[in-house]
Ligand binder design. Sequence first.
Ligand code: AMP
Length: 200
Amino acid sequence: MPFTALGLAPPLARAAAELGFTTPTPIQHDAIPAVLAGHDLLATAQTGSGKTAAYALPLLHSLQATDARHTPRRVRALVLVPTRELAAQAGEVLRSLAQHLPQRPKLAVVFGGVSINPQMMALRGGADVVVATPGRLLDLVQHNALRLSDVQLLVLDEADRLLDLGFAEELDRVLALLPARRQSLFFSATFPPEVQALAG
Ligand code: AMP
């Protein structure tokens, strides 16, 4: 089954094909129509399952369908990841998949361990998609570089690792800044009680 049969816009299917993705993986097959329909998602996903594109493709599709005006510090979709490596990887996948869209979304990738100033500059005028590690995201909120009250779509990628790495408190603080009405996509390789509690 081609990606367009799942409801994705042709420019997204074309970008996927250029990455060598011609047939959806099982998680993509199940997740993409559900996300496009506006549902929340709780997915068991190992690395290697194709989970990044499983959220990146419908996220990009949905952003095209909604108002793209940038207002200062506004963020429309937020992807939280546990490590800078994963942030960079997810950012790359999003950038590649977005390349043929008529309205290329503005993407910012932010993580700790590097200077915050270039990240603050990059966020000027808001961003359609922010990929972030939780600590640096909160630093940026504190610096008034972005606000999270307009986030329509939240992705937690590798939720179990986020908790393993001690981000529980940061996650709670981020969740408290998000609007109650939003779509939430939750990916985790394992579902121990702490992850279930967070999902709840
Ligand atoms: P992920 O689980 O998102 O880390 O992806 C694992 C690997 O699968 C990455 O190298 C992707 O480039 C690749 N991949 C993702 N979706 C597909 C697909 N539909 N067909 C072929 N390869 C894919």
